[in-house]
Write a protein of this length. Structure first.
Length: 91
C-alpha cells in the first residue's frame, strides 16, 4: 500500500519527533479517515459488508498502525525494511 510506504519513511524512521506527529496527525490520519468514504461514494458501492470493511475496519486498523508508528511502538521486525513494514501495516 502506498500509505504504508509513506508512513514508513515519514513516521517510522522518525518516531517520537515533531515531524512524525505532523505527518501522522496532519496527513495520514485525515486521509485514512476521509478517503474511504469518498472512494465508496465515487465507485457507487452499495454492498453492506464491503461498505463496512472499507469504511470501518480498514480505517480503524490504519489509525492504530499509524499511532503505533508515531509513538515508537512498531515491532523491530517491521522496521527492517519497507516491504516488511508494508506487510505489517496491512495485516
Amino acid at each position: 500500500s502506498l500509505i504504508s510506504i509513506f508512513v514508513y519513511h515519514a513516521i517510522v524512521k522518525q518516531a517520537r519527533t515533531t515531524t512524525a506527529y505532523l505527518a501522522g496527525f496532519g496527513i495520514v490520519l485525515p486521509f485514512v479517515i476521509l478517503a474511504p468514504q469518498h472512494a465508496v461514494r465515487a465507485m457507487g458501492i452499495e454492498n453492506k459488508i464491503f461498505l463496512f470493511c472499507t469504511c470501518v475496519i480498514t480505517p480503524t486498523t490504519s489509525i492504530f498502525r499509524t499511532l503505533q508508528a508515531m509513538f515508537g511502538f512498531t515491532p523491530k521486525h517491521a522496521q527492517q525494511s519497507v516491504g516488511a513494514y508494508a506487510l505489517f501495516y496491512r495485516s
